[in-house]
Design a protein around this ligand. Sequence first.
Ligand code: UD1
Length: 312
Amino acid sequence: MSKVLITGGAGFIGSNLADRLIKDNDQIVIVDDFSMGLRENIPDSQLITTYQANITDKVFMKDLLLSEHFDYIYMFAGIASVADSVERPYETHQTNQEANVYLLEVLRKYHLPVKKVLFASSAAVYGNDPHLPKLETSTIDPLTPYAIDKFATERYLMDYGRLYNIPTVATRFFNIYGPKQNPSSPYSGVLSIISDCIKQGKTFNLYGDGQQVRDFVYIDDVIDALLLLTKESDINHEVFNVAAGVGTTLNDVIRAYEHAAGKNLAVNYLPERVGDIKYSYADITKLRQLGFKPKYNIESGIAKYWQYINQK
Ligand code: UD1
């Protein structure tokens, strides 16, 4: 039984992690401002305490860290919309970088003992470099405030880790999909949007020709990776790609979804999105070397996702 903090715990990844951790009888504290996360995502359990707060609230965060003494800290809170970061670079920076550095600073200043701090970074740090697959050592080219903040925070995690002896690790997430992903914005994960369209019989707006490639990874595999990097290994001060390690075109995703749901998806073809990356997929050798093995391929992952969507 551990004491765990999940910032952004009402969001897609954080709430799925909470689902898994309550099975270990962990005591979980969630901090979320509910700007994107939903209360209904949080499992109903006495093991969970939820605070509606913004991670930029320094007084709140400091008091929480000093009073609770967490074993594990998962830093998932952030403004996930890249478009939003382009519109409001300074404000999103306060959340996506500054607040995270402050959390590390409190750990350093007060010598708080932690077993592991994990920060959720993004494949966005690789930018548009055409070399594929993306390795952790590939060229970094963050093209937006969102990507810059993700990369800078990764570096802070590594440096606070090494300089002040704090166990830290960062994950570069590729395209995660599964239950509890919020489809409400055009910048939501494409699979949550497709699910919503199939369920509601709505037309899906496809930007481009559908031949764009992404590395889609099912949420349960991502949770396995997170546990591997925190509770289940001593790995420290390293960055890991978290993906399935397979590239799939959007057209193939749609076919797999139609097959799983037994329904056709109405598609409206629109011009490519400005700034869209054509091909992105990961090399996950580094994570595999720790013992990671994705359990789902795109067909089985979508089938499981659809089962959830259909029953909701
Ligand atoms: C993802 C991240 C983004 C990050 C980028 C860079 C998500 C939701 N987005 O974007 O934050 O900057 O990686 O690595 O994780 N599409 C449609 N119709 C839609 C929605 C999307 O055709 O309604 C297309 C997009 O144009 C894109 C593909 O589907 O080509 C995937 O889109 P999305 O799920 O937003 O992921 P990324 O573009 O990979």
